[in-house]
Design a protein around this ligand. Structure first.
Ligand SMILES: Cc1cc2nc3c(=O)[nH]c(=O)nc-3n(C[C@H](O)[C@H](O)[C@H](O)COP(=O)(O)O)c2cc1C
Length: 163
């Protein structure tokens, strides 16, 4: 099962989960990076990032490092921004259409997932979403426990995808 993890992370939570899953199942990993990353910290990051998410902005991405078409299972990971996925995924889905793939979803958030998964489902119509998981603030809340959960989830995905 050729597996690719595609993620975006602003402050490292989604990144550490993506890397943990990646190691546990020997998946390839592709980070989505905007050419111009937001620099805001504190309250202003919610203003800039939240607005970009609500307005469905499509930031220009640095060139992708992997081809999603080459994989059987693709795992998408995002922080929740204003109740949805980060804007880098708007760019990805508008530039790369994906069909007939096995797909799994994870998100990191602070307690309000909003419509992140239903919005992914809309953008990924025509694919088979085999599972999804949400993780609350892994870096600051019970990191080891959450990394264990991420590892187990990754392994369970491989079993499901092979079934
Ligand atoms: C612009 C912005 C908007 C956010 N909106 C939400 C939200 O709607 N619901 C929520 O639970 N957390 C929200 N958060 C918190 C992040 O989802 C959470 O801290 C996540 O773990 C960050 O992942 P990262 O470290 O990979 O960037 C928001 C954070 C930012 C920067």
């Amino acid at each position: 099962m050729k597996t690719l993890i595609v993620y975006y992370s602003y402050e490292g939570n989604t990144k550490i989960i993506a890397e943990t899953i990646g190691k546990s199942i020997e998946a390839d990993i592709m980070e989505l990076k905007p050419e111009k990353e937001m620099t805001s910290k504190g309250f202003m990051k919610y203003v800039w990032g939240g607005r970009a998410a609500v307005m469905k902005k499509k930031p220009v991405l640095v060139p992708l490092t992997h081809k999603m078409e080459d994989y059987d299972l693709i795992i998408f990971g995002t922080p929740v921004w204003a109740g949805t996925f980060a804007p880098t995924f708007n760019t990805l889905f508008s530039e790369h259409s994906l069909k007939n793939k096995k797909v799994a979803l994870f998100c990191c958030h602070a307690g309000g997932m909003g419509k992140v998964f239903s919005n992914f489902e809309k953008s990924l119509e025509g694919n088979n979403i085999i599972d999804k998981i949400d993780i609350v603030e892994p870096i600051t809340q019970k990191l080891e426990e959450k990394l264990d959960r991420a590892k187990e989830w990754g392994q369970s995905l491989i079993l499901k995808a092979n079934a």
